[in-house]
Design a protein around this ligand. Structure first.
Ligand code: 6FA
Ligand code: ABL
Length: 503
């Protein structure tokens, strides 16, 4: 079977793209290398303390978020990427903290690296907000739980001139504000694009979703993509999915996954293509070297530098550092969650976020974000402390940092950072670790010497290959990125549909 559009990767970028393409009547195939996550998608990874008839998985229950990092069997992480990346339906949005910020105007500014035309994000952000409104009261009884760390940090911030705010009611206001953490949870459970956009797509006869399918490359004849190479021979001869006349491919495999597919398709910097060419399996599927397309894939990468500040305060309930949520949280919390989707377990760990603009001696503004949560991931100190009273303030440098790193592959084609992006610029360092917010490896722009996709998110020097995921984002947004990425995905797919010459 041939398709109008093949979308590779069912993370937020891929799901939104596939939903909108299928809504426009296109025949769409969405391919995902991983399997189910939430119960709605067929996931079955339920905590042992959950009694029947309840059917909530680890991915559904917000309070299980911190266990993603501590469980013994972490099947949800991609094993061939050296940093955290979700390899299951929903991608990062099935395993992340679900902190959800509507984008600021500055996120899409030309100063922040976006080409002309992208400043008009408001209609796309509106479309996103309609499908996926944020909430800062995830508990279904409308109350807030475990808010001691919010109260303590508010007492620290107020004397410094910070104002309290419902953050997503005024997204542009980010200087010296704090508020309750906002999430894309729905009805006390993980929501995100899986619970919304994917469900409308699945209801359409012209949409096909296939999981456990690994895409290695696109098959191309010079600048024209003719198919998508997979490990599933039911999808086409030798596993190559054919395209309809004028058909198109959208890569949404994430900042590491999309890069690796481009390299294996002969698109990228010479040194990385040489690594692929010396891998016998991958080399067999590369185009001849005179068809290589030289683009700065993997360059220009950023991620927030972050520092965890750990404190104790007598008012804090550290919730046993979230260590027992998977094996056995307090009985009362289990009952409250199961019977009314309320209580501590109806939210992930963050309780408060704050932002502040910082001036620098280079006259640039860098923004600081703080995330406050009870508990602390790891403590290294010889000082005595009361573990039941700890809380963490993670401070991130976000918009305005100038440091950039580089992503690449190893000889066995594992994807990894090869130049760390943090603190390459000494003034970034002066203004203030891994934050899982990798962006920029297939940067949008107007000049193929420094960008990988054009303003329509089409890969330069190709006719019908597009990228819609975090890798197109040229510079970090103000907050945790998946909200602005979903707005960008709405905009990107609108541009793709409007671009002449398609199916
Ligand atoms: N962002 C936020 O806004 N708020 C948060 O609280 C937050 N927390 C986290 C977090 O706690 C963790 C541990 C991580 C890893 C990320 C967090 N983020 C947060 C970042 C956010 O989740 C990411 O920025 C966002 O998910 C990026 O979306 P993309 O669409 O760019 O990419 P994904 O990695 O989500 O999805 C790619 C999909 O493609 C995956 O499902 C993957 O399995 C699939 N795929 C990859 N390679 C493939 C291949 N070759 N063939 C087929 N499928 C492939
Ligand atoms: C994010 O955006 C970050 O990417 C995550 O790192 C962060 O979660 C979530 N949001 C929530 O703020 C943290 C956990 O709280 C830590 O316990 C964990 O050690 C860390 O992620 C790992 O990167």
């Amino acid at each position: 079977v041939a398709y109008d559009y093949v979308v590779v990767g069912a993370g937020p970028g891929g799901i939104i793209t596939a939903d909108r393409l299928s809504q426009a009547g296109k025949k769409v195939l969405l391919l995902e290398r991983g399997g189910p996550s939430t119960a709605e998608t067929g996931g079955t990874d339920r905590p042992s303390w959950e009694s029947s008839p309840y059917n909530y998985t680890k991915f559904d229950i917000p309070g299980l978020f911190e266990s993603m990092f501590t469980d013994p069997n972490t099947f949800w992480w991609c094993k061939d990427i050296t940093v955290f990346a979700g390899c299951l339906v929903g991608g990062g949005t099935s395993v992340n903290g679900a902190l959800y910020w509507y984008p600021t105007d500055s996120d899409f500014s030309t100063t922040n690296g976006w080409p002309n035309g992208w400043q008009n994000h408001a209609p796309y952000t509106q479309m996103l907000m309609q499908r996926l409104p944020s909430t800062d009261t995830p508990s279904q009884d409308g109350k807030r739980y475990l808010t001691q760390s919010y109260d303590v940090v508010a007492q620290l911030l107020k004397p410094q001139g910070f104002q309290s705010s419902t953050i997503n009611n005024s997204p542009n206001q980010k200087d010296r504000v704090y508020g309750y953490s906002a999430f894309d949870f729905i009805g006390g459970k993980r929501g995100g694009p899986v619970a919304t956009y994917l469900q409308t797509a699945l209801a359409r006869p012209n949409f096909t979703y296939k999981d456990y399918v690994m895409v290695s490359s696109v098959v191309r004849n010079g600048s024209t993509i003719t198919g998508v190479r997979t490990n599933d021979t039911s999808l086409g001869p030798n596993g190559v999915v054919p395209l309809n006349k004028n058909g198109r491919v959208v890569l949404s495999a994430g900042s590491f996954g999309t890069m690796r597919i481009l390299f294996q398709s002969g698109i990228g910097p010479a040194d990385q293509l040489a690594i692929v060419a010396s891998n016998p399996t991958a080399a067999a599927n590369l185009p001849p070297s005179n068809q290589y397309i030289s683009l700065p894939v993997g360059m220009n990468v950023s991620d927030n530098p972050s520092i965890n500040l750990v404190f104790t305060h007598p008012s804090i309930d550290a919730y046993n550092n979230w260590a027992s949520v998977w094996t056995g949280p307090p009985q009362a919390d289990i009952q409250q969650y199961l019977t009314s989707l309320s209580g501590v377990l109806a939210s992930a760990s963050p309780k408060m976020n704050f932002w502040e603009a910082l001036g620098g001696p280079d006259q640039k503004t860098r923004w600081l974000q703080g995330t406050v949560r009870p508990g602390a991931a790891s403590i290294n100190t010889t000082n005595p402390y009361n573990a039941s009273q700890i809380f963490t303030i993670t401070t991130y440098l976000s918009q305005g940092i100038t440091s950039r790193g580089r992503l690449g592959v190893t000889a066995s084609l594992n994807a990894q950072p090869i130049v760390q992006p943090w603190f390459q610029d000494p003034i970034d360092k002066q203004a203030t670790m891994d934050s899982n917010h990798w962006v920029g490896s297939a940067k949008i722009g107007t000049d193929p010497s420094v960008a990988v996709v054009d303003s329509n998110v089409k890969v330069f020097n190709t006719d019908n290959l597009f990228v819609v995921d975090a890798s197109i984002i040229p510079a970090l947004p103000m907050g945790n990125p998946h909200g602005m990425l979903m707005s960008a995905a709405e905009h990107a797919v609108a541009n793709i549909l409007a671009l002449a010459g398609g199916p």
